[in-house]
Design a protein around this ligand. Structure first.
Ligand SMILES: [Zn+2]
Length: 216
C-alpha cells in the first residue's frame, strides 16, 4: 500500500506538505495545501497507485485539486494525472520542452511553463528552472522563502542524480543543470524518488554535481 507522510513532522517549514510514496515503479507524490491543493508529480496511476484514497485521507477531495505540477513527462510521474483528470479539473503545469509527449492529452488543462515562470502554490511561489538532462523538458522549482527545491528526477539525495540514457537524456545537459542548482541556496529538497532532504540540501546537490561531472 502507498504510504503517507506529513512532512511538517520532519521540518516545520513543510507545514501543509504531505508525501505519498507509491508502490513499485512510481514517483513520489507531494501534496501542497488542502482546500485548494497543488499536487507535485502524480505517480504511475495504476491499480496499485490509485491516488484518490490517499488524497482523501489527507482531506483532499477531487474538487480541491486545483493544480498539478509535473517535473517531467515520464510515465511514472505523469500517468496519475490522467487518473486525476477523470474526476477533477486542475491545471497541469509542464515544461514546454516536455509537452510534445503529452500536450494533446491534457487539452485545455495544460499550462506550458518556461525558465523564470512563477507557479503560485498554497505554500508559496515557486520559480521554474529549466534543468534538462534526464529529459529535455525536466524542471526544478525553487521557493526562496522556505529555501525549498522541488528537484524531480534531476537531483536525488546523497550524490545521486537522474538517469540520462533515456530518449531525450543527455549527460552534458544534466551536469550543467546540476551546476545551475548548486547556485541556489537550498535547505529542503523534494526529489521525485527517494527520501526528501530536510536540512542542508545544498551539500547533497553539490555532491550530485561532483559525482556527475567526475572524469570517466
Ligand atoms: Zn523520470
Amino acid at each position: 500500500m502507498p504510504q503517507i507522510y506529513r512532512l511538517e513532522n520532519y521540518n516545520p517549514e513543510l507545514k501543509d506538505v504531505s508525501l505519498i510514496v507509491g508502490d513499485g515503479l512510481c514517483s513520489n507524490i507531494y501534496v501542497f495545501g488542502k482546500e485548494e491543493a497543488t499536487i507535485v508529480d502524480t505517480g504511475v496511476g495504476n491499480r496499485a497507485n490509485p491516488v484518490f484514497p490517499q488524497l482523501a485521507e489527507l482531506g483532499v477531495m477531487p474538487e480541491n485539486i486545483k493544480q498539478i505540477i509535473l517535473t517531467h513527462a515520464h510515465h511514472d510521474h505523469a500517468m496519475g494525472a490522467f487518473l486525476i483528470l477523470e474526476h477533477a479539473n486542475p491545471k497541469v503545469y509542464v515544461h514546454e520542452k516536455d509537452t510534445k509527449y503529452i500536450a494533446s492529452s491534457f487539452g485545455d488543462a495544460l499550462v506550458m511553463v518556461n525558465e523564470g515562470d512563477i507557479v503560485e502554490t498554497p505554500i508559496g511561489a515557486f520559480t521554474v528552472y529549466w534543468t534538462p538532462g534526464h529529459t529535455t523538458g525536466s524542471m526544478c522549482l525553487y521557493n526562496p522563502d522556505h529555501k525549498m527545491l522541488i528537484s524531480g528526477d534531476t537531483v536525488f539525495p546523497d550524490g545521486y542524480y537522474g538517469r540520462y540514457d533515456g530518449e531525450s537524456g543527455s549527460l552534458e545537459a544534466i551536469i550543467e543543470s546540476l551546476r545551475k542548482m548548486t547556485e541556489l541556496d537550498v535547505e529542503i529538497m523534494l526529489p521525485g524518488h527517494g527520501s526528501p532532504v530536510f536540512q542542508d540540501a545544498n551539500s547533497h546537490i553539490k555532491l550530485s554535481y561532483n559525482q556527475a561531472s567526475r572524469p570517466r
